[in-house]
Design a protein around this ligand. Structure first.
Ligand code: FES
Length: 282
């Protein structure tokens, strides 16, 4: 009896021959293949149903055979094998790492505690960021749960104390260059009431918003994972981050999603029709 490899080689050989045929001949061959496959899939589905009713162990034995398994997999009648838990957790962490790294943060796996708990450590600015709980629950935790449904608890442990030390010399990517000079950034009619205007000032990206004659200015950086806010939808004076939906009141910069967090704001002065901003935290 031929083994799986030989059977697959035989199929590949015919597929290579058919691929050289002209279009109309290929369509006939592919149509025939699909019709036969549909028939086999229907028969296999019925077979699995009755085997399940009779004996799950007989079904398990049958699926253990590599040819049976390969055919059932091809017809999507069995799930592909999951990579080991460790590998899936690493994949999940790799997925969120670019976002964390974009504001000098990172995450590392500390321990897997079967059956359902994973411990991680947030490092860099993520550990000291006021939104770190949300960074964990909305980014890291969600990614781990997506890849590993068996994990229900993702816990941040032992944040690196040196990172929280104000004297550590860590420069937050959200910190801005401070100047004590008022700098003109726009004219008042350039600042919209129903959206925001993004401007660059001394290497800092800022957003301006106007409510009547009052203009507010914030750093163009979401407190969640650092996305720019300029493309965010503004409704009733509230801007929604386009990345994951954090919302901020443009009058005060206060975050409505994570109430302990606010956008970094800057003083604004209006003289005649000109808007001036000072890069000094207000
Ligand atoms: S970056 Fe996640 S909500 Fe803004």
């Amino acid at each position: 009896m031929p083994n799986l490899e030989e059977l697959v080689q035989e199929i590949n050989r015919f597929e290579a021959i058919i691929s050289d045929w002209d279009e109309s001949q290929r369509c006939v061959a592919v149509g025939l293949k699909r019709a036969i496959e549909a028939l086999h899939k229907a028969a296999l589905t019925n077979l699995i149903k009755s085997l399940k009713q009779e004996s799950m162990s007989a079904l398990r034995d049958a699926v253990a055979d590599e040819v049976v398994y390969a055919v059932l997999l091809y017809h999507e009648l069995v799930k592909p094998p999951k990579p080991p838990l460790l590998e899936r957790i690493q994949t999940a962490l790799e997925e969120v790492r670019p976002s964390l790294k974009s504001h000098n943060g990172d995450v590392e796996l500390v321990a897997i505690k079967p059956p359902d708990r994973v411990e991680v450590r947030l490092i860099g600015t993520c550990s000291s960021c006021p939104a770190s709980t949300l960074t964990l629950s909305q980014g890291v935790e969600q990614a781990i749960k997506n890849h590993c449904p068996e994990i229900t608890k993702v816990v941040a442990v032992n944040n690196n104390p040196t990172i929280n030390n104000a004297n550590s010399g860590l420069i937050s990517p959200f910190s801005s260059q401070i100047t004590s000079t008022w700098i003109k950034v726009a004219t008042i009619d350039q600042v919209p009431e129903f959206s925001v205007l993004a401007v660059q000032l001394a290497g800092n990206s800022l957003i301006l918003h106007r409510q009547g004659a009052t203009v507010t200015c914030y750093r163009n950086t979401c407190t969640h994972l650092g996305s720019p806010l300029e493309e965010g939808k503004v409704e009733n004076g509230i801007i929604t981050c386009p990345s994951h939906g954090f919302q901020y009141k443009l009058e005060t910069g206060k975050c409505l999603t994570a109430p302990d967090v606010s956008l970094q704001s800057y003083p604004v002065k209006i003289k005649d029709d000109k808007v001036f901003v000072k890069l000094q935290k207000s």
